[in-house]
Design a binder for this molecule. Structure first.
Ligand code: ZN
Length: 484
């Protein structure tokens, strides 16, 4: 007995030593001693130019035929008068009329180009929510230190700040050694085939292989992440996959006075309920790099857990699964988004259809998810249709690669108060269209936002802190300079 107690004691001691050693050996990934970025003197008119861009309602609608494309044309003309040097000195090509690709030819054609992405279409304002806006969504009004409007964060600030940076650099006589490409799509909010898809395909045909590319995605989160009280600059190095399924149950129809035991609506509802009750399994591995980068920045207890994920993964996952945002980073998510059935209150529906949107965790596949959905529903009478535009999770860009370190350095030079951390983006960005062109695909918008501001992006009161805008321009100018 005593022997076993001793053995147990020894085992516990050994475990503690392993935990402690793992915790103490944890490196900090933060670059230190980074010099502040040179200032970019910005005229007051810069913010006015952004406000002017917000006033053009470049709204994407799911049905492209319903989209007011005249606004896209207007937006292009607006940019031309706002950024005369860019339009005079860079080459502009258009794709499907409104996708804008600018080429700033480098002096050394042997170097790989840099590709900066953005989109200037915006999501509509949900009918009925107009009253929730403190200022109208397409008025470009500045108040209480913010510029209000749809697109101020997603993603016109990025497009305008990139152009502002290039206009400024052109004015200083700067000439890049590497070619700088700017690609702005006009249909990102409706999956981006006409803009980013067309531009990416053409760049691929031309054999363009960028050193790195940068799109929106992460941001400087001013209220930190759980456990980290400082601002965190989150840089997306991967993004989840995308899949929409339509489930259809078919009944006999007929008069509702003599219904069968099971109707198409009942059968479909049961299938949807099963999917909600059987979420895809949680895994922690998609965000390994994030946890590595955060580990040295969090309090000791949390650090111990992050450094010993072989033991504490279930505990970490349990904590993360508590919020919708945390849960989305842990698993392939299941979101029923639309229902369609029936035409009259006293007539049985024939077809009942549910639309379910899935966001695929790294490591999962479209075919695998469809297989799993069939297994969970376990009802052969339900037809499953895969809607177009599904995509597998993106590859993961290596944060140890030189371009990531360069980006890290640039972020630290413009936002010295923030720590930098790579992570997996849960939404879809245009970047996935370009993923085949470069192993170094980054998703980062140099905007400072708290959780509330993030939620405003497709919601009400989308707004950019006015003080943030000069730093956005400074970030892009510094990135272009640094990447030479
Ligand atoms: Zn966007």
């Amino acid at each position: 007995m005593r022997f076993f107690l001793r053995l147990l004691g020894l085992g516990i001691l050994l475990l503690l030593v392993v935990l402690a050693v793992n915790t103490l050996r944890l490196p900090s990934y933060q670059l230190t001693g980074v010099a502040p970025a040179p200032a970019v003197p910005l005229a007051d008119s810069a913010l006015a130019r952004l406000a002017g861009a917000v006033r053009i309602p470049t709204i994407s609608t799911t049905d492209y035929a319903q989209t007011d494309t005249a606004q896209f044309g207007r937006f292009g003309r607006y940019l031309r008068q706002a950024f005369p040097k860019v339009f005079a000195q860079l080459k502009l090509e258009k794709f499907n009329n409104y996708g804008l690709l600018f080429t700033w030819a480098g002096t050394n054609p042997a170097l790989k180009p840099v590709l900066l992405l953005g989109h200037y279409d915006v999501v509509p304002v949900l009918p009925g929510t107009e009253g929730k806006w403190a200022h109208p969504p397409f008025a470009g009004i500045q108040a209480d230190g913010y510029l209000y409007g749809r697109g101020t964060l997603d993603d016109k600030a990025s497009v305008l700040a990139q152009l502002e940076a290039v206009e400024y650099l052109l004015g200083t006589g700067f000439r890049p050694a590497r070619t700088v490409l700017l690609a702005f799509g006009h249909d990102e909010e409706t999956l981006g085939q006409r803009g980013a898809g067309a531009m990416a395909a053409e760049l691929g045909r031309r054999g363009v292989r960028p050193e790195f590319l940068l799109d929106e995605g992460g941001l400087v989160k001013t209220d930190g992440v759980p456990g980290v009280q400082r601002p965190v600059a989150l840089v997306g190095i991967s993004e989840k996959g995308y899949l929409t399924l339509e489930l259809t149950a078919t009944g006999q129809g007929g008069h509702s006075s003599m219904p069968p035991a099971q109707t198409s609506i009942g059968e479909l509802a049961a299938a949807v309920l099963k999917l909600e009750q059987h979420p895809f399994p949680a895994r922690l591995d998609a965000d390994n790099h994030l946890l590595d980068y955060l580990a040295s920045e969090v309090p000791l207890g949390q650090r111990l857990a992050f450094a010993n994920r072989w033991l504490f993964a279930p505990l970490i996952m349990k904590k993360m699964a508590g919020t919708a945002a945390g849960n989305a980073t842990l698993r392939t998510t299941t979101a029923p988004t639309m229902l369609r059935a029936g035409a009259k209150e006293n007539v049985l529906a024939i077809d009942a259809t549910a639309t379910i949107n899935f966001r695929l965790l790294l490591g999962d596949s479209v075919a695998g998810v469809v297989r799993e959905v069939r297994r969970i529903i376990a009802d052969e009478k339900i037809r499953i249709k895969i809607l177009p535009n599904s995509s597998a999770p993106s590859p993961v860009s290596d944060p140890a690669a030189a371009p990531f370190q360069q980006l890290h350095r640039t972020i630290r030079s413009v936002f010295p108060e923030a720590i930098v951390a790579p992570y997996a983006v849960v939404g879809a960005t245009d970047a996935r269209q370009y993923a085949a062109l470069s192993p170094n695909v980054y998703r980062f918008l140099p905007a400072q936002m708290n959780q509330e501001a993030i939620e405003s992006m497709h919601g009400s009161n989308e707004r950019l802190p006015v003080a943030n805008y000069p730093r956005m321009v400074q970030f892009y100018a510094t990135l272009i300079r640094n990447s030479q």
